[in-house]
Design a protein around this ligand. Sequence first.
Ligand SMILES: Nc1nc2c(ncn2[C@@H]2O[C@H](COP(=O)(O)OP(=O)(O)OP(=O)(O)O)[C@@H](O)[C@H]2O)c(=O)[nH]1
Ligand SMILES: [Mg+2]
Length: 718
Amino acid sequence: MKVYQTNEIRNIALIGGSGSGKTTLAEALLFEGGIIKRRGSVDSGNTVCDYFPVEKEYGYSVFSTIFSVEWEGKKLNFIDSPGSDDFSGGAVTSMSVTDAALMVLNAQYGVEVGTINMFRYAEAIRKPVIFLINQLDKDNADYEKTLSQLKEAYGSKVVQIQYPLQIGQGFHQMIDVLKMKMYQWKPEGGAPDILDIPASEKAKADELHNALVEAAAENDEALMEKFFDQGSLSEEEMREGIRKGLLTRGMYPVICSSAAKDMGVRRLMEFLGNNVPRISEMPLYKNTEGKEITPDAAAPASLFIFKTTVEPHIGRVSYFKVMSGTVKPGDDVLNEDRGSKERISQLFVVAGQTRTEVPELKAGDIGATVKLKDVNTGNTLNAKGADNKFDFIKYPNSKYRRAIKAVNEADSEKMMEILSRMRAEDPTWVVEQSKELKQVIVSGQGEFHLKTLKWRIENNDKLAIEFFEPKIPYRETITKSARADYRHKKQSGGAGQFGEVHLIVEPYQEGQPMPEIYKFGGQEFKIQARDTQEVPLEWGGKLVFVNSIVGGAIDARFLPAILKGIMQRMEQGPLTGSYARDVRVIVYDGKMHPVDSNEISFMLAGRNAFSEAFKNAGPKILEPIYDVEVSLPSEYMGDVMGDLQGRRAMIMGMNSEKGYEKLMAKVPLKEMSNYSTSLSSITGGSASFNMKFAAYELVPTDVQEKLIKEYEAQKAED
Ligand SMILES: Nc1nc2c(ncn2[C@@H]2O[C@H](COP(=O)(O)OP(=O)(O)OP(=O)(O)O)[C@@H](O)[C@H]2O)c(=O)[nH]1
Ligand SMILES: [Mg+2]
């Protein structure tokens, strides 16, 4: 492949609902671009883009896949992405590094849930969108219905560039109202005959042409003036107008195809080459310091690694976008995120798992390299003179969690290795080895996402695993002050043990002053803080430890042991064994024995005194609460709301956006366990949601009682 200058490159994401035909379209693009000699099919499991075994097995895309095609002097970089919301990480990645999204629709089904979900992602990062109505050769295809659904959802910005003549098996002609020509294919597709528009279509074509000219002119004042002067625009002027319209999201052009029959594909490549905004026209990417980075091939090179795969025999393949500069084999670069040095040994353009070496890649381009030592997805590699870091891909938060275990205990370590390798390939899989819950928790986008993970581990790595209900990271705290003392005494055989600790506990909030006098059962306790330690807790909140011992009742050297005993209980709260937080402990008295007192004795006395005081201090269990945001079609509002209320949700608000409703709620994590599956079944898959940790809040009394009982039973069993 020749070396392409920045403005000869077009970066395009293939997005759209699952099954709309993106991977099939990719085959046709690769075939027409001369990269492959024969088109594969998803059903035969031999496509370029679905090359992972799991994708062949299930017949849908799981990962984003990159391929490049040369067409009429331009280099078109495509990224095929999965359509299912469970693999939205792939779609988000591909939209984030490209300059336009080609949204593929299945003409049989029109605007689908997947279309709406994908459009939302494109909108969130303000990417230009082009609609491609595909599968026009299918008997149930309905072009007009699909078009009117698009107009209904996205308004008058939806503008036709093409329309098909016959639909269904006979599909072989379409009118292009930009070119004002008819395109006609032989049964094998490929190169079309480009003919004059037949008289019978002339009036309709003229009308749509005028609508297109007007829509193109609307995006630029100079074009608008020309349009008024001349009554029309040249093809070149129209392209300029379309590019501007795409950039400002003031226009969503609609084109047509049958990917399976390779019809409309060459014209599609020409259209993309001419009308996708040029790299120099796109809004600039910002580095993490907010500085805008110009895609200037003459500047020092910065490469952003947006994707990693692990391939048999090769190991890690790192896919990158050249953010600035020009990269060549042999370049020494610094991994800005890890601080390590790397050398780019080879540079490739790719078509799925096939790599072709190239001598250089310039700003704006997309390529791959292998054999980097210590580079992860999300890292930036800088040549001398550049010091950027980028983090512009915003992956969706995980929303489905499960505990995972190797069926065979001995495989646990191997399982962890595999999981961390998979995480490099899919950043929307989160793996956490929870010391607190004593479980390995994997989280992802949905049940389907985790099912795919399981398939890969079991089939690629031949390791049996199982999922089960994950524990909830509860917390314990207290709601009032209490006092307790405890004497630890043991006198059997040789050296004895003796330690006695008197202490007060109370709830603690940041910066809360300490009273001088506490009263318990009519008795007053005067406090004189001699020393205060604030211990920030790994799991959130604080423990404040106050030494208020008078007259040397306990030697200062035993205080660390007392604190240690208390911390043991904080780590394993007295109610359910969960972490405790937000407590102040005041040790105000105690007793020593001249011979038998030692650290162990005070640790045990401290721990038991604390435990007793804690239980008398109105102890409560806290649970994690999540902010949940559901996007759904309005007809399901009632059902979705009812379901949320059954999950102890607090509805925080609602608002309407284009074509769908947004519902905000606070929901306990415990109740979210099967939410993605249930929401999908309530709404027929037409809703999506996001969740984010909000805060810890007290659980209701009945839940608390149930949790304590469960813990007691568990303890008895152990
Ligand atoms: N007849 C016909 N079938 C098509 C066309 N495009 C795709 N298909 C078929 O539709 C099915 C799904 O196609 P894919 O290319 O896997 O769809 P996708 O958009 O990549 O789906 P995901 O990877 O799940 O997002 C396959 O069986 C294809 O053969 C088309 O234009 N005409
Ligand atoms: Mg696919």
